[in-house]
Write a protein that binds this ligand. Structure first.
Ligand SMILES: Cc1cc2nc3c(=O)[nH]c(=O)nc-3n(C[C@H](O)[C@H](O)[C@H](O)COP(=O)(O)OP(=O)(O)OC[C@H]3O[C@@H](n4cnc5c(N)ncnc54)[C@H](O)[C@@H]3O)c2cc1C
Length: 273
């Protein structure tokens, strides 16, 4: 059986779902084919830290993407709540980057983009949060940073897509992409197929696995990140605290997420930390 629509998105993580949401708002007919359940891979696991940014001043495409996301979140979060009744937990909370985790290149990016930041000693940080006065080093305060509850956001996005008429096909691993010349024209799963004028590969760490038979190699690879979730009686401090790739994310309900390891162990999901 072959189904046709305007755009077929392969992979239903945050990238696939967000793209589908914005396309469907423009009345474009979209189907998302997801191998397992929607939003349950990297997107579910992410800590939900949203760094600040100014898209118009970002120099690199990746920085521009980060900045566009950052500025889109307040409106997107309101829209999703209005449409689905699901609060994604978006919270402007600021962030403190400890000095030992910040290099000159990061400061350059903040300056280039006009991102607000302030260099602070432990005493200055103690005025933000009394506990921070005990930190062994100072850092940089970024008032524009925010955070999000990823599972809530994914549920809101999937529900919003459903309401806008996106065809959500879970448990549908795409095993083959059919070409006409150099263009993908059909995706296959078993005896089902989907044809469209445009395909978007949003299969995250599995992108190369899917594209390999077409001779395309993006060089995307999986990175395992293990975290610990603490439950405290109340939120101990408000800003996210970062030191390089390590972070503490205080949730408003008293949970504190501490992460993350950064391990190049392929698709091994075992917990070892
Ligand atoms: C521990 C950790 C913490 C993180 N913290 C942050 C953070 O604080 N802030 C931040 O911005 N980012 C963070 N990230 C990164 C962020 O989570 C990812 O960049 C983002 O989730 C990637 O989304 P995605 O949709 O590309 O991938 P995924 O969420 O992995 O989605 C890809 C989807 O494609 C599906 N798929 C794969 N193969 C096929 C196939 N053949 N057919 C159909 N479907 C297929 C998968 O099942 C999956 O659902 C973190 C990541 C990790 C691991």
């Amino acid at each position: 059986m072959d189904s046709a629509c305007d755009v077929v998105i392969l992979g239903g993580g945050v990238i696939g779902l967000t793209t589908a949401y914005f396309l469907a708002q423009k009345k474009i007919r979209v189907a998302i084919l997801e191998r397992s359940e929607f939003g349950r891979e990297a997107s579910w696991a992410g800590a939900g830290i949203i760094p600040p940014g100014h898209p118009d001043r970002a120099k690199h495409p990746l920085q521009r993407l980060r900045a566009i996301s950052s500025t889109a979140f307040p409106k997107l979060s309101n829209e999703l709540r209005d449409l689905t009744g699901i609060d994604n937990g978006y919270l402007p909370c600021g962030a403190v980057e400890l000095a030992s985790g910040v290099d000159a290149a990061a400061i350059e990016v903040w300056k280039d983009e006009g991102i607000a930041f302030e260099k602070m000693s432990p005493q200055d940080l103690g005025k933000l949060e009394p506990e921070f006065a005990r930190l062994p080093e100072g850092g940089y305060y970024l008032p524009g940073a925010a955070q999000l509850r990823n599972p809530w956001h994914l549920q809101a996005l999937a529900e919003a897509c459903r309401k806008l008429g996106v065809r959500l096909e879970s448990r549908t691993p795409v095993s083959e992409l059919e070409l006409d010349g150099s263009r993908v024209v059909r995706a296959r799963h078993g005896d089902r197929s989907w044809s469209a004028a445009n395909f978007l590969v949003a299969t995250g760490a599995w992108a190369d696995e899917l594209l390999h038979p077409l001779g395309v190699r993006l060089g995307v690879h999986p990175v395992r990140g293990q975290m610990v979730l603490f439950r405290l009686p109340a939120r101990p401090f408000k800003p996210v605290v970062l030191q390089g790739s390590r972070y503490l994310v205080p949730r408003s309900d008293g949970r504190v997420l501490a992460g993350s390891t950064d391990e190049h162990v392929g698709f091994d999901r075992s917990t070892t930390a």
